[in-house]
Design a protein around this ligand. Structure first.
Ligand code: NAG
Ligand code: NAG
Ligand code: NAG
Length: 343
């Protein structure tokens, strides 16, 4: 029995030490949400573990959690937006928490009536464990706050090829709502809160605005973006210029060679058609031979015979050109004799 008493005593000491005051912490005590959006009210709680009823330490257990709108204590029959004991809560109010430490509430499709202060209450299996933090979370439903554009770059003048992200932001929550982006007044296809421009081109320059799709009253002030030709761009242009110049030179060279080749081929062709080069060359040889024959004749024989020689040679050459070589090789005497026999 003494052992039991000691254990209980020590348990009391332990439980007393552990029985810290219950708390409910709202991470946000005020927030603003756009109508139609989804807003989350983060919340954590620490329930009381036990209480002393004067005789002994009585453990406590949370049996009910609730969220109320615009009620200081949220107790007894107060209407609540969420009640773990009730099955017919409005489905727009989603309790994301549990029965132990998390009391986060999410409000979907925020309505004008949600402009209110929401408070969380926990109820234990004994009233000693009931607690409401009356600070609560104040929600303001706002439809008129303008969106604003935040750029990922501090510089409004950007260079081509750079990357920039424009963020359509609001001081109010607009979670789950679509955003419409405009460039110089024309709607873009993007519907997300961020607009990625990558890589930047000169065409991206302009005045950007954004608004919530359902509410043009939220249209932002224009954000002017200027895309300039950067240093890298100049180098690129130089490289392109050099490449283009080289290409042009190569094309001209190829064209030149082609024309020369065609001219040469044409000349060759004409020679082949106009007369056999094998026969043309002998012609000039014969005339030379003719000349030498003439001079020889003039030296060795009388002028009269020489004339006959020439006329004979001419006749011979024209009729039987291929025989010129034989004639060339032949003895002069033979030729002359044959000429004399004719004459
Ligand atoms: C009530 O909530 C406020 C805001 O979160 C917090 O600062 C305060 O400590 C809470 N009080 C208790 C007793 O939990
Ligand atoms: C509470 O639950 C919500 C939803 O599950 C979660 O997003 C949040 O991080 C939780 N908070 C803590 C403190 O665990
Ligand atoms: C952008 O707006 C400025 C004045 O805010 C104006 O001077 C400029 O012409 C506009 N640019 C375009 C492309 O509309």
């Amino acid at each position: 029995m003494a052992v039991y008493g000691e254990m209980i005593l020590w348990s009391f000491v332990f439980l007393l030490a552990a029985a810290v005051g219950q708390t409910v912490i709202y991470s946000l005590t005020s927030t603003c949400a756009v109508r139609g959006s989804t807003v989350t009210l983060p919340c954590t709680f620490t329930p009381r573990k036990s209480f002393n009823d004067g005789w002994r330490e009585v453990p406590l257990k949370i049996v009910r959690v609730r969220w109320c709108k615009n009620h200081e204590i949220c107790h007894r029959g107060t209407p609540s937006v969420f009640d773990s004991n009730s099955a017919n809560s409005d489905p727009r109010y989603q309790y994301l928490g549990d029965m132990k430490t998390n009391c986060t509430l999410q409000i979907r499709d925020v309505q004008q009536g949600d402009s209110a202060t929401f408070r969380f209450r926990m109820e234990a299996d004994h009233p000693e464990g009931h607690f409401t933090n009356t600070t609560g979370v104040t929600v303001r439903v706002d439809d008129l706050t303008k969106m604003r554009i935040i750029s990922s770059s501090d510089d409004k003048k950007l260079s081509r090829g750079e990357t920039v992200t424009l963020l359509c932001a609001s001081v109010c929550t607009f979670h789950q709502l679509e955003v419409t982006w405009f460039k110089d007044g024309h709607a873009l296809s993007e519907t997300g809160p961020s607009l990625l421009l990558c890589p930047l081109t000169a065409e991206d320059s302009g005045n950007y605005t954004c608004a919530l799709k359902k509410n043009m009253k939220t249209l932002s002030e224009p954000y002017s973006l200027q895309v300039e030709a950067g240093a890298a761009d100049g180098v690129l242009r130089l490289v392109l210029g050099v490449v283009f110049g080289l290409l042009l030179a190569v094309i001209l060279l190829v064209l030149f060679i082609f024309i020369i080749k065609r001219k040469l081929a044409a000349a060759e062709h004409q020679r082949a058609v106009g007369g056999d080069p094998e026969q043309k060359h002998p012609d000039s040889i014969y005339s030379n031979i003719m000349k030498s024959a003439q001079t020889e004749a003039a030296q060795q024989q009388e002028p009269g015979r020489a004339v006959e020689d020439v006329s004979y040679a001419s006749v011979q050459f024209k009729q039987k050109k291929q025989e010129g070589r034989r004639f060339q090789a032949a003895d002069d005497d033979v030729v002359y004799s044959s000429v004399s026999s004719r004459g």
